[in-house]
Design a protein around this ligand. Structure first.
Ligand code: MN9
Length: 289
């Protein structure tokens, strides 16, 4: 389950419904053109926390139906509603997902025993594997190494998607848990994460820039840090542009230029402006054409 995973984008129609045909195209684009090793379905990038339980299930159905067994698939089922997480986990497991992931429960400032119970409940109820999704800058939940160790005692908890810039913790975890899968979550810091020993990376920009990500990953694994840095530099010129122009709106716009029906973002995210569309075009022409 190592390598580069796209955090799967989900295209929405103007009325906010899922553009199912476009979603199938995005899955194929990632597999055939971006050549990613896996897809992380139902994460932040899929705008998952803004959609209903039924819509989340539909995204899981379409992604696995289109991807078949060509790439690794991880279904993100986490929710501040644990009962929804369990329901989605059971659903994804039945569909054939071999691994689940769940964001740390957020908003209510749960203590660690509550977080631990949340993960153990999902794995117990589903019988599936679990990759913890840690993204402190959005959830406010920061876990230390002993807490990760505590979670990892459960053999079904097989790894973590670590979306943070704490490279000390990342290095400590890679060293301490050689049998767990550590995925880096910030695309702009892929190279240092690989140098610190991660097994893979999961990110939004891989939907459009997967080829460079794979090069960075492979070169860094071979110890060719200088060559990898040159590619990370170009990648970060692109990512800087994407972030300045609206993250998901811009990735969708670039994907359209790559020939994919990538749709719109879901409200409350706003519609892309003409000016942003123009800048997305510039980024595409400069970095991806
Ligand atoms: O899945 C993504 N995080 C979010 C990880 O979208 C919140 C990243 O891929 C970032 O989008 C990317 C740009 O900052 O690194």
């Amino acid at each position: 389950m190592k390598g580069i995973y796209s955090a799967l984008m989900v295209p929405y129609n103007e009325d906010g419904t899922i553009n199912e045909k476009g979603l199938r195209e995005i899955v194929r684009h990632n597999i055939d053109n971006m050549k990613v090793d896996g897809l992380y379905v139902g994460g932040s990038t899929g705008e998952n926390f803004m959609i209903s339980t039924d819509e989340k299930k539909r995204v899981f159905e379409i992604a696995i139906d289109e991807a078949k067994d060509k790439v690794h698939l991880i279904a993100q089922v986490g929710s501040v509603n644990l009962y929804e997480a369990v329901e989605l986990g059971k659903y994804a497991t039945k569909l054939g997902y071999k691994c689940l992931s769940a964001v740390t429960p957020f908003y209510y400032k749960f203590d660690f025993s509550e977080i631990k119970d949340y993960y153990e409940t999902i794995v117990r109820e589903t019988g599936n594997n679990m990759v913890v999704y840690s993204i402190p800058f959005l959830t406010g939940v920061n876990m230390n190494i002993s807490q990760f160790e505590e979670l990892f005692k459960n053999e079904k908890i097989i790894g973590v998607k670590f979306t943070a810039g704490d490279f000390y913790l990342l290095e400590r975890m890679s060293k301490a848990f050689p049998n767990k899968l550590i995925y880096a979550g910030f695309d702009e810091m892929l190279l240092p994460a690989v140098v610190m020993g991660v097994d893979g990376a999961i990110g939004s920009t891989y939907n459009v820039n997967g080829a460079r990500a794979k090069q960075i990953f492979d070169l860094a694994k071979q110890g060719k840090v200088k060559e990898a840095l040159a590619i990370q530099n170009v990648t970060n010129d692109l990512i800087e542009g994407i972030l300045s122009n609206g993250l998901y709106q811009t990735i969708k716009e670039i994907m359209k230029l790559q020939g994919v029906d990538a749709g719109y973002c879901r409200k409350p995210m706003k519609r892309i402006s003409e000016k942003q569309v123009e800048f997305a075009k510039e980024l595409y022409n400069k970095f991806l054409k």
